[in-house]
Design a protein around this ligand. Sequence first.
Ligand code: TXA
Ligand code: MG
Length: 338
Amino acid sequence: MKETKLLGTTIDDLIVAANILKNGGTVIFPTETVYGLGANAKDDEAVKKIFIAKGRPSDNPLIVHIDDFRKIDNYVEEVTDIAKKLAARCWPGPMTLVLKKKKCISDIVSAGLDTVGIRIPQSTEAREFLRLCDLPVAAPSANISGKPSPTTSKHAIDDMMGRVDAIICGKPCEVGVESTVIDATGDVPIILRPGGITPNMVKAVCGDVIIDKGVDGVEVTDKPKSPGMKYKHYAPSAEVILIDGNTIQEIVEKIEAKIKTSKEKTIILCSEETSDYFKDFDTMCLGSRNKPETFAKNLFYAFRECDIKGYDKIILEGIEKEGIGLAVMNRATRAAHK
Ligand code: TXA
Ligand code: MG
């Protein structure tokens, strides 16, 4: 067990955190997507500590975070035309660009690939921390591998107390699901993992977009383009049953059939549009079906709260795969996959 320092977001605390990271330590920091578990991306020994703290398989590469686009040339061989366009429109923000890496980025970060995922987060606390580190910071989501990503400092503490050197306790994350991972090495952007930057936004910027096959299903091959997609992910301890349907009535009927036959301690994660139908049952409302961003913000938070409250089963109302709804349904499908 390590001693874990709990810090706030004052400049003094961010300086303490940056010094811990510069000295080879691990620091959890808030971003607008989810909390990240950071270490110096140039230091093999520091990066190994991330994999140990998370129990993460070593063939799953890490995203490298920087505070300023002008620094990107230090870490990648070539900033392609589409990367320049996407960076200009979507950074800082919930987007990771995969580009050919330079040698200074540890091979442990890239899991032996010749590419690296780079992200400039929107969160001002995150960028201030990165600026003070003045290093490329490798950071996966700050959860034990396989669990939902933490979107509050409390959830990061639940998983990582005693496993990292410091936790910067900031605000709850605004976006709530991880960044959109885009392969930007070629002429056409390929979305490897959906997130806050939607396919339509990418298409509007680049004129074209490809959505990788791994995004929609869970049956992925041994060698997906984004290695993380082959692992079961984002799953609470409770069993997740994902309900889809074309109309509110169909969804309500399907949920009713499931809840009435359930013998375990069960909760329904529903929408504003359906919650009135389930007054006799335990429910948590994730937001409006017309506002998928509220579902994104609340999904991982709700998964973790359901575990804390001891539910055995979660019946989860699915939404349309439009906009950020694609990212919500990608995470939901993976959580429900046995
Ligand atoms: O929002 C986020 O992206 C958060 C915050 C902390 O920035 N980070 C995050 O990291 O979600 P992680 O490690 O949980 O997910 C990284 C994903 C994995 O699916 C991984 O396979 C993919 O990005 N990835 C990383 N580097 C890659 C590369 N060179 N090529 C393809 N996929 C890559
Ligand atoms: Mg993760």
